[in-house]
Structures are given as structure tokens and as C-alpha cells.
Design a binder for this molecule. Structure first.
Ligand code: G3P
Length: 219
């Protein structure tokens, strides 16, 4: 499973990229607004920090303007992935861009039928929003399982990018289903490393090690 971080915060991206475990980045207009940075500048900087796909979202609602915005965004770097909304114009744009070899992430997916359309439009990634789905009384994980089943039935190449992840259980359940990618806020990625017994174990080992009076030579 690939791990993407869902943020436009450079410090967080650098910290996570340094672990060697980060496969990509997703942004959206809300995250760009939160960063307070110029969209093009911050996207260029992020693209230099990771080798994998960096999703940058168009804001136009019509196909022609989406294509013009995508033209600007895809010139930023080779690893830019154009993010389009799951609408008729968004999927028309997806079809055109992917046929030209540009990566596309179809976002704001809330039904398995929408995911089927995204795959038919040749999307590189489809982003079902599990957290927002749960918030509205639906089952986000059931959505992921349905999309996984449909994509398996027909052998679609579109990768399931689980988005709007709010906690480590979302990550676990996505991995159990077999989703391709999880995009997570930095806090959720960092939370995956933690376990109280790991911390307790380290404390115990170090306390015993001190009793030996030894040290491991480091040079
Ligand atoms: O980037 C899209 C998605 O991950 C947003 O998540 O928490 O705003 O629903 P959230």
C-alpha cells in the first residue's frame, strides 16, 4: 500500500519524506488556503521533495477552463497529478489528460458508480472520501470494498486512493480490503508508528541496558 500525505505544509512533507516511507502528496484548495502560500510556488516546492505523484486540483467547473488550468499545473513538474472533481466536465478532462499521458486523480467520489465512471474515464487514481462518508451516516469502508470488488471484476488499472482518512482504523481497514493508496493527514501517518507497548518496551530495555554500564561504539 502506498502512503501519501494530505497536506501542503512543507515542514510536515519534509519530515515524512525523510522517513523514506512517503510515496506521494495530495493537496486540495482548502489545504492550499491553509498553507497561506502561492499555489504554483508551493506545488513546485512539494514536487521537489517527493519523487511520487503530487496532486494539484483544478478549480474551474467547465471542461475548457479545466484543461487550461491543467495545462499550467502540469508544466510545474513531471510528478504533478491533476486532480479533477467527479463531474461530467471533470471526467471529460480526465479522459483527455490521461490519453495525453498526464496522471489524473478524480476526487470527491462518494459512490461506487462514480468510481466506475472514473475508471472508465481512465483515471490514474480515484479518491473516495471515507471520513466525510462516515460523517454523513454512510459506511466509508463499505464504499472502498465495493469499489475494490468492481475494479477487480473488470481489471481496471485505476488505483483506489482512500481519502478523507481520519484515524489509523481507516488505514487498517483500507489495507485489509486491498486499497492501493491511503492519503492521510500528517498526524495520522505519525500515529501509525505509535504503540504503548513499543514505548514501554524501549523504556524497559534502556533501563536494563544502563545497569550493564556498557555502550555500543559508534565510530
Ligand atoms: O484531500 C481530500 C481529502 O483527503 C480531504 O479530507 O478530512 O477534509 O474530509 P477531509
Amino acid at each position: 500500500m502506498k502512503f501519501f500525505v494530505d497536506t501542503a505544509d512543507i515542514a510536515d512533507i519534509k519530515e515524512l519524506a525523510d522517513t523514506g516511507l512517503l510515496d506521494g502528496v495530495t493537496t486540495n484548495p482548502s489545504l492550499i488556503a491553509k498553507s497561506g502560500r502561492d499555489f504554483i510556488d508551493v506545488t513546485r516546492e512539494i514536487c521537489g521533495l517527493v519523487d511520487g505523484p503530487v496532486s494539484a486540483e483544478v478549480v474551474a467547473l467547465d471542461h475548457d477552463t479545466m484543461m487550461k488550468e491543467a495545462e499550467t499545473l502540469r508544466k510545474i513538474a513531471d510528478n504533478v497529478c491533476i486532480k479533477v472533481p467527479l463531474t461530467i466536465d471533470g471526467l471529460k478532462t480526465c479522459k483527455k489528460l490521461t490519453s495525453e499521458g498526464t496522471m489524473v486523480n478524480v476526487t470527491l467520489c462518494f459512490s461506487a458508480n462514480q468510481a466506475l465512471l472514473a475508471a472508465k474515464a481512465g483515471a490514474t487514481f480515484v479518491s473516495p472520501f471515507v471520513g466525510r462518508h462516515d460523517d454523513n451516516g454512510f459506511d466509508g469502508m463499505e464504499l472502498i470494498a465495493d469499489i475494490f470488488q468492481i475494479y477487480s471484476n473488470y481489471g481496471f488499472d485505476t488505483e483506489i486512493l482512500v481519502a478523507s482518512i481520519r484515524n489509523p482504523v481507516h488505514v487498517l481497514q483500507s489495507a485489509l480490503i486491498g486499497a492501493d493508496v491511503a492519503t492521510m493527514p500528517p498526524s495520522v501517518i505519525k500515529g501509525l508508528f505509535k504503540h504503548v507497548l513499543t514505548e514501554k518496551g524501549i523504556e524497559g530495555f534502556l533501563a536494563d541496558w544502563e545497569k550493564t554500564g556498557q555502550s555500543i561504539p559508534t565510530s
